[in-house]
Design a protein around this ligand. Structure first.
Ligand code: NAD
Ligand code: ZN
Length: 357
């Protein structure tokens, strides 16, 4: 058996106010006159964070539109624009949730790889290292800050650029940046982490490495979402570390059924990752009985709305498209159900699961 030799992020800084060190952290990576490019979640346009961002000389901030999850066409247009305007850049700094961080990773890679980002959707297709890249989460849960993928919707599939070149060179974990996330969004993205933990900890790929991180992340999520005193600042600190540890857990294992099903929803209906996972997980009691029960308690305690009947008006062709996308996520199904998963998860059974949503 060959064990995975996985590439991790380069440097990590954690702490309230750590964002203020960004200037000195990136200084040694400035190459001549080549600018640093900040891809900042559009939520922060005209917010205080922009004034704290160390924009020097010909550096540039792009406020990235994350109303849809990142598309390969968007990545390509950002990278082409940068190549035309500057030739080369010193680095790409992604500031935001999973979407802005994934855009930053993908644009960094496309600065040094020919063609379209759609050519690299898959495993280990990226040929050259990207430019220096930094990830700064402002929303906790996805684990995108630590992962070796950047999830993109392309012309034919929703699939990441999974490669050893994908992880960030540096991440800055500053829980202060997550202070003002609206409570529904904070829940949906936080539950992405919770679901990562449940899927990793109950999966057939589990080993002690994944388990150590997964259990820690799970306990942090429980602390945060079942906290008797409601939300306070310490929850932001905890959830940021839960996201990190949850990401580390799946690095050496895999996610499972909620993700496999929600990928189909996202491809067909554009349902965003966090909320999509919640909509699906809510109906997966037969696969994850304890996790789903606890999830429902968290939903209730935090007064969250989980949308219902989102598949009510779909056609057979729509269901078939979602089923195709979902069953394409083979490692996820294998992690959840074992090597003979195809016998267990027939198209008919999966269709019934989609009809529940
Ligand atoms: P997101 O990045 O799409 O952002 C959701 C919303 O929150 C946006 O409206 C954004 O503007 C807003 N927001 C972000 N920070 C905020 C703040 N501090 N205050 C107020 N609003 C803020 O959401 P997400 O759930 O973090 O990321 C989802 C994306 O991450 C999907 O595209 C998914 O595919 C991807 N993802 C990637 C990985 C990976 O390993 N690369 C893992 C899981 C998910
Ligand atoms: Zn996820």
């Amino acid at each position: 058996m060959a064990f995975r030799n996985f590439k991790m992020i380069g440097y990590v800084i954690y702490g309230r106010g750590a964002f203020n060190q960004l200037d000195e952290i990136i200084a040694p990576h400035r190459k001549g006159g080549a600018p640093m490019i900040f891809l900042v979640d559009h939520f922060f346009e005209s917010k205080e964070l922009v004034n704290l961002t160390p924009v020097r000389d010909n550096d540039k901030i792009f406020f990235v539109d994350v109303s849809c999850e990142p598309k390969t066409t968007y990545v390509d247009s950002l990278a082409n624009q940068l190549k035309q305007e500057f030739g080369t850049v010193s680095g790409i700094i992604g500031i935001g949730g999973g979407s802005a961080m994934d855009l930053a990773k993908a644009v960094s890679l496309m600065m040094n790889n020919p063609g379209s980002s759609a050519d690299y959707q898959g495993w280990d297709l990226v040929k050259n290292a990207g430019v220096y890249k930094v990830g700064i989460p402002t929303l906790s849960g996805t684990g995108a800050e630590v992962s070796r993928t950047t999830v993109l919707t392309g012309p034919t599939k929703k699939l990441g650029m999974n490669s050893d070149f994908t992880p960030f060179d540096q991440i800055i974990l500053d829980p202060e940046l997550t202070a003002n996330v609206p409570s529904n969004q904070r829940f949906y993205t936080g539950m992405d982490c919770y679901i990562h933990c449940i899927e990793s900890l109950t999966g057939t790929f589990l080993n002690e490495f994944s388990k150590s991180y997964g259990e820690k992340a799970l306990h942090l999520c429980q602390d945060v979402y079942l906290n008797k005193n409601g939300w306070d600042g310490s929850c932001d600190d905890k959830l940021m570390m839960a996201s990190y540890a949850g990401g580390m857990s799946i690095a050496y294992s895999q996610v499972g059924i909620a993700h496999a099903i929600s990928y189909g929803l996202s491809y067909l209906l554009g349902t965003k990752h966090g909320i999509g996972n919640c909509i699906v997980f809510d109906k997966l009691e037969e696969f994850y009985p304890d996790g789903v029960k606890e999830f429902k308690r968290m939903v209730e305690k935090n007064h969250i709305d989980i949308p219902k009947n989102i598949c009510a008006d779909l056609t057979d062709a729509d269901f078939n498209k979602m089923i195709d996308v979902s069953l394409g996520m083979k490692p996820l199904w294998e992690n959840a159900l074992g090597p003979n998963w195809e016998k267990q998860m027939t198209r008919k059974r999966l269709r019934r699961l989609y009809e529940l949503l």
